[in-house]
Design a protein around this ligand. Structure first.
Ligand SMILES: [Zn+2]
Length: 284
């Protein structure tokens, strides 16, 4: 095992290089020597079963691990009971698609706070996730890991502490640590090695060494505003904002940690993931 890198969704160069079909993604990723892919269902769950199964098969042949990003309209912490209930349904539907793909991880946004206090929002999210896991177990999807994500906007539920609290609920949950989001919501407070050390230590302290080793991660540079946090995702070549990946990868290598790192750069996800992969290969 080693750290896996890959893109979130289909980067711009996929079409530019002449690829057309979703099932060609593994060929494309292999050219970048990438071994992970996050299938995007952010905007909906309309997926063709045959395409998903074929993509999954080809990824397995190419040694690419798949995860699935669940819809953005899921709201684990909504004040409306009906929205929370529907969110459980969307997660079950996501798990069905994940099972076609052979994806073992489903990333889910932790939620919003709206007019709720953070404590109340967390309380709702914990309850919804607990029931979502029960529904997944019920439907035979018990091997899939739900991954609550750290969020980039300050008013969203999902700082590191809250995501770890969600993961403490159930041993199968893995944190999706989005380093760009943590950087944005802290107004740029991830700069040096020690900043990453604190995050990795916190995961290990709260969730134990196994999950600290195999967690899920997102990485991109993110522009932020003082007031709200996350503004937009950037590309690696645009260095106005961080965070920088090198200190993180140095630490992963030294500590023998093997997260799956999905790059969410705006359009150059594969190229930027390949940059991280190349740096990691030199160090490992
Ligand atoms: Zn996300």
């Amino acid at each position: 095992m080693s750290v896996r890198f890959g893109p979130a969704g289909t980067p711009n160069s996929f079409a530019e290089m002449g690829y057309k079909k979703t099932v060609e993604i593994p060929d494309y990723l292999t050219r970048f020597e990438l071994t992970a892919f996050e299938y995007q269902c952010g905007h909906g769950l309309r997926v063709n079963e045959n395409t998903a199964r074929t993509l999954g098969e080809r990824c397995r042949e190419a040694g690419i691990a798949l995860s699935l990003h669940s819809p953005y309209y899921i709201s684990l912490s909504s004040v409306e009971a009906e929205k929370r209930e529907n969110s459980i349904g969307y997660l079950v539907e996501s798990a069905r698609i994940a099972s076609w793909l052979g994806a073992d991880r489903i990333v889910v946004h932790s939620g919003s706070c709206g007019k709720l206090s953070r404590e109340q929002a967390l309380h709702y999210a914990l309850d919804t996730l607990k029931r979502a896991q029960a529904a997944l177990d019920d439907q035979g999807y018990s091997k899939i890991h739900l991954c609550p994500e750290t969020m980039g906007k300050i008013n969203q539920l999902g700082d590191l502490d809250e995501v770890l609290a969600l993961c403490e609920l159930e041993e199968r949950f893995l944190p999706c640590v989005d380093f760009g989001h943590l950087y944005a919501r802290s107004l740029g407070a991830i700069q040096i090695r020690e900043d990453y050390e604190k995050i990795l230590d916190e995961i290990a302290n709260r969730l134990g060494s196994e999950r600290a080793k195999s967690f899920h991660a997102h990485f991109s540079r993110i522009e932020f505003t003082e007031k709200g946090g996350e503004k937009c995702h950037l590309v690696f070549s645009d260095s106005r904002y961080g965070p920088e990946f090198e200190p993180l990868i140095d630490l992963l290598t030294e500590r023998g940690l093997e997260p799956r790192i999905i790059c969410e750069s705006a359009g150059t996800q594969a190229e930027d993931a390949a940059q991280m992969q190349a740096y990691y290969s030199q160090r490992a």
